[in-house]
Write a protein that binds this ligand. Structure first.
Ligand code: ATP
Length: 309
């Protein structure tokens, strides 16, 4: 149980419908610890963008509550928004202005200094490109400028909706490096949404997996990794698989596949050795016996698939 004071963001039974009787977000309880890097994952249409819009008070929630740094929008909307930086898909930029001037427009509105504008340009690696017009920027540079915009007011919480969408591998690596630095060295709590676990796996400390508007898993990445390990299988091949299958069935082993080789659900850490001993004890020769762990991506996909059944 995480102490509520240690949470940057918390929702309680958050629900939302665009039209009557068609809920899109169904009783979401999000817990994002301060200082964490939270991957908000789910397939297309799962409800990530809608949730993010609810978190930013851009939609009226059907029911439930959002608390950011312990406060609700009803009591302290400006206070909350002043602590959040956002990047929702592609940033809105003025193509006919320079990178610097794009930031300056917002900086002037919020009484932020010119020095801070250069500072954030430096942070996102655009200081030397700051005087160039945005229409000459690559997609990756525009995305980094969008991030600079989100960072202008030194937010404590960054909310990013699929920020690497459409970027090439280099652009993705750049954004990843930048976000890791913000999280680790500048202590910014980050929520990043993605439909690909592999895209955020090396960044995040926590994950929330959403499917059809419901939270399917939430916790530390380590817990999801542990779940993957527990779903490991034993693959075994002997000189007589038909007999091996009969022996395993008689022993009530959890067999999940019997084809060119046999596959058994791993139940504990000694299981592999026990199965080998059982078969060799019955006079069979074990040609191959190995543990095959489920990849994290497979665990993610099976969580989503199970929810669709
Ligand atoms: N303005 C809208 N009016 C009606 N339905 C909508 C609207 N916006 C989204 N939806 C529906 O709400 C559901 C959730 O959509 P949402 O965009 O939040 O999903 P998502 O997880 O962000 O998907 P993606 O990864 O494709 O952006 C989908 O079924 C979508 O069709």
């Amino acid at each position: 149980m995480i102490d509520a004071h240690a949470l940057a963001l918390e929702t309680s039974d958050l629900s939302f419908s665009f039209s009557k009787d068609h809920p899109v977000i169904k009783g979401l309880n999000m817990r994002i610890p301060k200082g964490s890097f939270y991957g908000f994952l789910g397939p297309n249409g799962a409800g990530k963008t809608t949730t993010i819009r609810l978190l930013l008070d851009l939609l009226p929630s059907s029911s439930g509550a959002v608390k950011i740094f312990g406060k609700s929008y009803r009591n302290d909307r400006n206070g909350i928004l002043s602590r959040i930086g956002t990047l929702i898909e592609t940033p809105s930029l003025y193509d006919h202005l320079t990178g610097f001037d794009n930031l300056k427009v917002t900086a002037d509105l919020r009484c932020i200094t010119k020095e801070r504008v250069w500072q954030v340009l430096e942070m996102v690696g655009l200081a030397t490109e700051g005087e160039k017009y945005v229409h000459s920027y690559s997609l990756g540079m525009k995305q980094r400028l969008g991030l600079a915009l989100a960072l202008l007011s030194s937010p404590d919480l960054l909310i990013l909706d699929e920020p690497t969408n459409g970027l090439d591998p280099n652009g993705i690596i750049e954004i990843r490096g930048l976000l890791r630095d913000l999280n680790v060295n500048h202590r910014v709590t980050i929520l990043i949404s993605s439909h690909l676990l592999s895209e955020v796996e090396r960044l995040v400390s926590h994950v929330g997996i959403i499917g059809q508007g419901k939270m399917l898993f939430q916790g530390r990445l380590k817990e999801l990794q542990q779940m993957s390990r527990e779903k490991a299988i034993i693959e075994i091949d002997t000189d007589d698989n038909i007999r091996a299958l009969a022996i395993l069935m008689e022993d009530h082993q959890p067999i999940i596949k019997a084809a060119q080789f046999l596959a058994i659900q791993l139940v504990n850490k000694d299981h592999l050795a026990q199965v080998i001993a059982l078969l060799t004890g019955a006079g069979l020769r074990v040609n191959r016996a190995q543990l095959v762990e489920r990849s994290l991506e497979e665990t993610f996909l099976s969580l989503i698939k199970d929810n669709h059944l």
